[in-house]
Design a protein. Sequence first.
Length: 514
Amino acid sequence: MTLKTSISAGAKGAVLAFVAGALFPLGLAPVGAWPIIPVSLALLLFVLEGQTSSVVFRRALIFGLGFNGVGVSWVFVSIHYFGGTPAWLAAIGTGAFILTLSLVFFAVPFWFARKLRIDHYAIISFPALWVAIEWSKSWFLSGFPWLWAGYGFVDSPFAGLAPISGVLGLSYMSALCAVFLRFMVLRQRTIRIASACALGVLLIVCWGLNTITWTTPDATNLREVALVQGNIPQQQKWDPAYRQKIFDTYSSLTEQSWDANIILWPEAAYPVFYHQALNFITKLDIKATDNNVAIISGIARWEPQDNGEQHNYNSIFVIGDGDGVYNKQKLVPFGEYVPLEGLMRGLIPFFNLPMSSFNAGDKDQAPLYATGLSFAAFICYEIVYPELVRKEAKNKDFLVTISNDAWFGHSWGPLQHFQMARMRALETGKYIVRGTNNGITAIIDHHGNVRSRLPQFEQGILKGEIYSTVGVTPFVRIGQWPPVALALISLILGAALSHRRAQKITNENRTGQR
């Protein structure tokens, strides 16, 4: 028995698959040990290599359980601690979610690749399959584009690839590195040397890309900003008894911020609908206008429709020296709407959360303006959709994202969310101001660097400067289609080569039988 066979056989292979999956999230925030990501993928490649389709299915599933069990376990926090669901039932719900993700995005794709024998050409098929899986996460069943490999490289020497190909290009690169790492172990000496050289060349090229400046700050369009972090406990957020206290908190923090050009409040900062806060908003609008300040804030709104129905929106609006309203397009399932509402509403407390009956905003909405600058707005996890952000960022001066990550407590969720926001700044080459209820509130520059931030779970005001930028990144021009197209073409090529290889083997066998 060879060393490879000994390590990957039976239960050992299953254990290694789980360990590989569990290691992967450590390459992302908050741990941020990015070299772990290609190592994790190389281990996955190792345990799947040469196995039957049924073994590949099981091991890919087990990898997914480790991957999602560590990476998105924070879902339990929102369901149990803030969704009012008993711990045992929240654990079942979280487990079902993790199992579903593992089946759909790992077990089935890798089983299918094995059935087609695409995996015979790992250098072509493995990075392609990984990118195809991540891309499908952005749209399948409304999308959950979380834990993409590329996010781990936002602070790495490979980061210069992001403004060109986006986060999926970095994911492709990381999977390709995994193939080279795999080839450097238990392979022929010439293959090991060639793989090491290829890995070195890839590192040097990506490092060189960091020297390219795609966008530059426009010194004539500098704005002083004040980001208000109210740190309102989630248990008090929608309780009428705390309504006035919440208003007073944001009013007090705003009174300390009139020296800024732009003041940002977080998602749903007003604990009521827009029409219920109209008197307060009108007074604040007058004061902001008198001080030549734009106030950007999140609030719930409703609008009557032509058919007599009422649509509720999770929105951002601007008052004072600015203008515009944006209605959130990408809604969170169960958090902002309940799928199959007639059947599921009320089954458990989590399916009956306050403000969980929103409608999605239109795809084409008018731009927003603050102190003469245009900006694109994103609410909560909209910022994790690269293509949505790219489209909305075109011809805008800066980006704004607001969130209320209090739903996820002290878990990894808010830190992963913040890392993805940083990647959007790097991809688009634009400043991002991020306002949250309890963290992470931050100013991110056009290179994805954090200029300043407030600590989590503290009330405060973050003051700093932002700029509009001159120039356009290739990613904003083209989008994520180059890595996606490369992945799809590579999968087709891998399938064709595998089919040809199978035919050749069949013909040789027939010739031998004669």
